[in-house]
Design a protein around this ligand. Structure first.
Ligand SMILES: [Zn+2]
Length: 69
């Protein structure tokens, strides 16, 4: 479902499960891929998520992630 501010989720290594991410920044890898970098809302551990170009642009446009590339 689209619309509104969607929470991004990534796998937290400390919680060992999918967690909502906060302070999400969209970055671009050296190979041209996109990666969302944020923090686990529960334990503040850095959480990364590989994104497709389409999903990355969508997340930036909707305000879910801050553009950092
Ligand atoms: Zn966590």
């Amino acid at each position: 479902m689209k619309g509104g501010k969607e929470k991004m989720q990534g796998r937290c290594m400390r919680c060992k499960e999918q967690k909502d991410m906060k302070d999400v920044e969209m970055t671009q890898t050296t190979r041209g891929g996109f990666m969302a970098k944020g923090k686990c809302v529960d334990c503040n551990t850095g959480v990364c998520k590989i994104m497709s170009k389409t999903d990355a642009e969508e997340a930036v446009k909707s305000g879910t992630a801050k553009k950092a590339y």
